[in-house]
Design a protein around this ligand. Structure first.
Ligand code: ATP
Length: 335
């Protein structure tokens, strides 16, 4: 009986995900409703066709999960690799301002050490691009190659692409979902990413269109989740992580940023919010990669910590994340 209830709950969750997916916009509301009904019918059929033996089997939930994944894939755009890119790692956060871009630029710069131009950094935050400033590009703009593909700008050995390269500093992007999807498509597929071993993608906060679209259209190798260990941020992070896990995308681990503050005088590490990130990681069954303290940034030079002083305490934290990502990718690729 408990298993049956789980199955029905899974069906409801599936419908919830379906109705949130970008396809609802493509198909229009009435077509989307028909689609949802078809999915419900199909789910109910598989629910009844499982029979009593399936309900008694310890694998019945796996059967439903497999069916969910099959149905979710139905009718959605097929995932296509980004030409020239081997692995894609998304840096995500449920809340804004928790340090996602900081982690993305530093991990990309750390990975690029010793292998320049093999690591890419894509700024998928169309409305609030921060990579041009954080990677110190000034007002440079990308050129176009003979195939009409934009050539990423390179700094600190990292190939970068951002909407910010195409806009003046004071321009605002006032676009609806479909235009954002189009811009994302162009920044992934109409850019010369040749020979990129790993593309780090800095995503906008939350679990909106951009993130879903990336999950549905490109093969994401893994996700690094950034959060602060504060109750509200953790609660939203938990929801975001659950959605990512439902979509079957592996979470590399959690980075707990601004978790403590180090006293300038006695250098004591003072926790600010408690150990919520540790608990979140344990509940989700994913590693807590590292905890980064809040540091006093009075420096006017904007450079990734890893470039400014690779031996600093903060840079070492980012190196730890980069090593973690590398180990994760080699274990995935060895499978
Ligand atoms: N550990 C830290 N100590 C001090 N300042 C930090 C730390 N981490 C990030 N910051 C600062 O906090 C601000 C927000 O960081 P960042 O832009 O990386 O967050 P974000 O999650 O990408 O934001 P958004 O949601 O707007 O994309 C930046 O000014 C950054 O320099």
């Amino acid at each position: 009986m408990i298993i049956s209830r789980n199955i029905l709950q899974s069906i409801r969750q599936l419908i919830l995900i379906e109705s949130c997916s970008p396809c609802s916009r493509h198909y229009g509301p009435s077509a989307c409703q028909l689609r949802q009904k078809a999915i419900l019918d199909s789910c109910q059929k598989s629910y009844f066709s499982l029979g009593t033996s399936a309900f008694n089997s310890p694998n019945s939930e796996d059967v439903v999960k497999k069916r969910q994944a099959e149905l979710m894939a139905k009718g959605l755009p097929k995932k296509k690799a980004i030409p020239g890119v081997k692995d894609i790692i998304l840096v995500v956060s449920a809340k804004g301002g928790v340090g996602k871009s900081t982690v993305a630029v530093n991990v990309a710069s750390a990975l690029a050490r010793g292998r320049p131009s093999k690591i890419g950094l894509l700024d998928a935050d169309i409305f609030g691009p921060s990579i041009p400033l954080m990677m110190n590009f000034g007002d440079l703009t990308p050129e176009v190659n003979k195939d009409n593909h934009m050539i990423p700008l390179v700094n600190y050995g990292v190939k970068c692409m951002s909407m910010g390269f195409l806009l003046s500093e004071s321009s605002a992007v006032i676009w609806r979902g479909l235009m954002v999807m189009k811009a994302l498509e162009q920044m992934t597929r109409q850019v010369d990413w040749t020979d990129t071993e790993c593309l780090i993608v800095d995503t906008p906060p939350g679990t909106g269109d951009t993130l879903l679209s990336l999950f549905q259209t490109v093969p994401v190798s893994g996700v690094v989740m950034v959060t602060t260990p504060e109750t509200l941020a953790l609660q939203v992070a938990r929801r975001g992580a659950t959605m990512i896990q439902k979509l079957g995308v592996p979470i590399v681990g959690i980075v707990s940023n601004m978790s403590s503050v180090i006293c300038n005088n006695c250098h004591t590490d003072i926790p600010i919010f408690g150990d919520g990130s540790e608990k979140l990681a344990a509940d989700l069954g994913v590693p807590l990669i590292t905890e980064i303290p809040l540091t006093c940034e009075r420096d006017a030079i904007i450079k990734p910590a890893i470039v400014q002083d690779p031996n600093s305490f903060k840079a070492q934290k980012f190196l730890q994340i980069a090593n973690f990502v590398e180990n994760f990718l080699s274990s995935q690729n060895n499978r």
